[in-house]
Write a protein that binds this ligand. Structure first.
Ligand SMILES: Nc1ncnc2c1ncn2[C@@H]1O[C@H](COP(=O)(O)OP(=O)(O)OP(=O)(O)O)[C@@H](O)[C@H]1O
Length: 309
């Protein structure tokens, strides 16, 4: 295992616990996402795992060895664990390229040049390579921070909301690159995000955090199709909730049929409006009880009066 997180708890002040009894493991090459609402303690959890702040109780083991307590370290943190968050320290007066090359002392001169070129290309920073890092935008600094963290070739990479400033194209390119590097180098990655849809694309496993506790551990497919609750399921995309025989039934907007089929339940619906989403239309309907549901189709379902789920 790269990481074994055993029953860890943390609070900034004695009066308020931030998280309690958190346990999970991270394998070499694995990408885990931690998803949850704002303020639930995800960023704090990453800082604890990186050894930057002092745990209240529990242990974090890196390759079987306990990470030294932050309070006993002159410089807190672990050499092999890189954390990229809003506070990532770039060197303001060095250029973009120098910031990356400063992380590459473990490589030969030739390998350094190749790796710098690759990182500048992947993170689309080539044209800024000679610009001082203080003179680039917030989003560009975020990309540079990720490039610097990858340049270090850590065994464990912790990313706090890495895709916030990225457009769809960069999101895909960087997400794929990080996944590829994780598998290639056996690097473990933990990604914190409030956007569950990103987590579905890039993770091997997804952990849901709520009120300072890990409430669920899912595969991406389970998180999408078999969420334990409406609350958790909605992180991963639109989700319908209806009651059939007083039992709650959750279903995704494509899990329905327009024709009768054995064992399915008929719902009478009234079309309200449709939103064009590019590859599909999201059709919003009202049920007899006034509740709204959404159904995806490759057209507007304006004439639809009944569906089967
Ligand atoms: N340095 C600090 N001192 C005291 N409380 C803090 C400190 N940093 C964060 N908190 C509090 O700890 C709680 C968890 O914060 P944290 O940033 O870990 O949550 P989060 O799940 O990452 O939120 P978000 O998704 O909004 O970034 C919040 O209530 C926050 O206000």
């Amino acid at each position: 295992m790269i990481l074994e997180i055993e029953n860890i708890s943390f609070s900034y002040t004695p009066a308020k616990s931030i998280f309690k009894g958190v346990s999970f493991t991270l394998s070499p090459g694995e990408v885990i996402s931690i998803v949850g609402p704002s303020g639930t303690g995800k960023s704090t959890l990453l800082k604890c795992i990186a050894g930057l702040i002092q745990l209240e109780s529990g242990k974090v083991l890196f390759e079987g060895e306990e990470i030294p307590e932050a309070k006993n370290m002159l410089i807190a943190g672990h050499q092999e664990i890189a954390l990229v968050n809003q506070l990532f320290k770039l060197n303001d007066y060095f250029t973009v390229k120098e910031n990356i090359s400063n992380q590459l002392h473990h490589l030969t001169i030739e390998d350094r040049a190749d790796f710098i070129k690759e990182l500048l290309e992947i993170f689309e920073l080539e044209e800024l390579s000679s610009v001082k890092s203080k003179d680039i935008s917030g989003g560009e600094q975020q990309r540079l921070s990720m490039a610097c963290a990858l340049a270090k070739e850590p065994k464990c990479l912790l990313l706090d909301e890495p895709f916030v400033h990225l457009d769809v194209h960069l999101n895909k390119k960087i997400g794929e690159y990080i996944r590829k590097l994780a598998k290639l180098r056996n690097m473990g990655v933990i990604l914190v995000t409030h956007n569950g849809v990103e987590a579905l694309s890039w993770s091997d496993r997804i952990l849901v955090m709520r009120n300072g506790k890990l409430t669920s551990k899912y595969s991406p497919r389970q998180a999408y199709f078999k969420p334990k609750s409406l609350f958790e399921g909605r992180f991963f995309g639109e989700l319908n909730s209806i009651y059939i025989n007083e039992k709650q039934v959750l279903f995704r907007p494509m899990e329905y049929s327009l024709e009768f089929s054995e064992g399915k339940h008929k719902l009478e619906v009234e079309w309200k409006y449709s939103n064009f989403k590019g590859p599909y239309s999201a059709n919003y309907f009202e049920l007899n009880n006034g509740k709204e549901i959404v159904l995806y189709a490759n057209q507007e379902l304006t004439m639809t009066k009944e569906i089967y789920v």
